[in-house]
Design a protein around this ligand. Structure first.
Ligand SMILES: Nc1nc2c(ncn2[C@@H]2O[C@H](COP(=O)(O)OP(=O)(O)OP(=O)(O)O)[C@@H](O)[C@H]2O)c(=O)[nH]1
Ligand SMILES: [Mg+2]
Ligand SMILES: [Zn+2]
Length: 289
């Protein structure tokens, strides 16, 4: 039988075939070959009476992420809250770079706009509107939910973003009933409490598959090479190769088209600052290798 892994917990994988979910183990050969099944994997399983069901084949992945550990994502919905927790553009830009590295399409979702007087929306629109699809939502008022639904239609989408921004609430809002567990915000730190602990793939009633993932904000490594980083910023791509120096890193070199674009405002300064700090991080890492 052919199905898709919807959840993995404690060495078991839950594989959905039509309307039924089978609890399976992975064949030993996968471990020997260093292959770890991921949520989202399309697999074939063998189900035998009185025996543990096993995954005996993983079909080739269209893409795969390590964090969150998922496969076959068409679109990443990167969620930030307007408040509680405060939006962090440095972290958002890291999520965006990660999505670009995986060649996954992206939507930026600014949630909790019921808590915003308009200022955060203004900053997000100014910084990202010309670069990525941007949607403003509130799971309290229902604002933007239909727009978000439209951006997700017909695609296997994955919610990603820090803990407490409202990913699981958005999923429940899309579905119109509670399917994912949601949590509180800590009053003291104003951060989320890591309510979602496992990646899970949900099937929505009207069709469509959505991943809910645990919140995270720290990225272990930035795997990009120095000369590749600018390619991960879509607004920089048309300018690459036009600077005076072929190996321009767009940091302090003279006659740099990217720095010109920042000065003229066509590339947003906060995006450029993220680029510079990521570049420094890559260069630092290189030094210690
Ligand atoms: N004011 C407001 N609060 C919201 C909104 N969406 C979610 N919340 C609240 O934010 C808190 C966290 O929501 P969750 O959906 O659990 O957040 P999450 O992103 O799934 O968090 P993790 O599972 O920990 O990664 C809950 O207390 C929600 O009630 C919103 O649009 N407006
Ligand atoms: Mg959650
Ligand atoms: Zn340059």
């Amino acid at each position: 039988m052919i199905g898709v892994i919807v959840k993995g917990i404690g060495g078991f994988y839950f594989v959905k075939v039509d309307d039924k979910v089978y609890r399976c183990k992975a064949r030993g050969i996968f471990r020997k070959e260093g292959i770890v099944p991921r949520v989202g994997d399309e697999v074939s399983i063998v189900v035998q009476e009185g025996q543990e069901s096993v995954i005996d084949r993983i079909f080739p992945r269209r893409n795969e992420f390590l964090r969150p550990a998922i496969a076959n994502v068409d679109r990443l919905i990167i969620v930030m809250a307007a408040m509680r927790p405060e939006p962090n553009l440095t972290i958002l830009d890291r999520f965006l770079v990660m999505a670009e590295q995986h060649r996954t399409s992206v939507v930026i979702c600014l949630n909790k706009i019921d808590l915003d007087n308009g200022e955060v929306r203004r900053v997000f629109a100014e910084t990202y509107k010309t670069v990525y699809p941007l949607v403003f939502t509130s799971t309290v008022t229902g604002d933007g939910i239909q727009t978000l639904k439209g951006l997700m239609a017909g695609k296997k989408c994955c919610f990603a973003g820090p803990s407490g921004v409202g990913k699981s609430n958005l999923l429940n809002r899309l579905e119109g009933r509670v399917i994912a567990e949601t949590g509180e915000i800590s009053n003291k730190s104003q951060r989320g409490k890591h309510t979602t602990r496992h990646v899970e793939l949900y099937e929505l009633e009207g069709g469509g598959l959505v991943f809910d993932t645990p919140g995270f904000t720290s990225f272990d490594i930035l795997e990009a090479e120095e000369d590749q980083l600018a390619y991960l910023y879509p607004e920089m791509v048309p300018l690459i190769g036009k600077c005076r120096y072929d190996n321009c890193r767009h940091l302090a070199e003279p006659d740099c088209r990217i720095r010109d674009a920042v000065a003229s405002g066509s590339i947003h300064r906060s995006r450029y600052e993220s680029y510079c700090s990521q570049m420094k991080e890559i260069q630092e890492k290189r030094k210690y290798q």
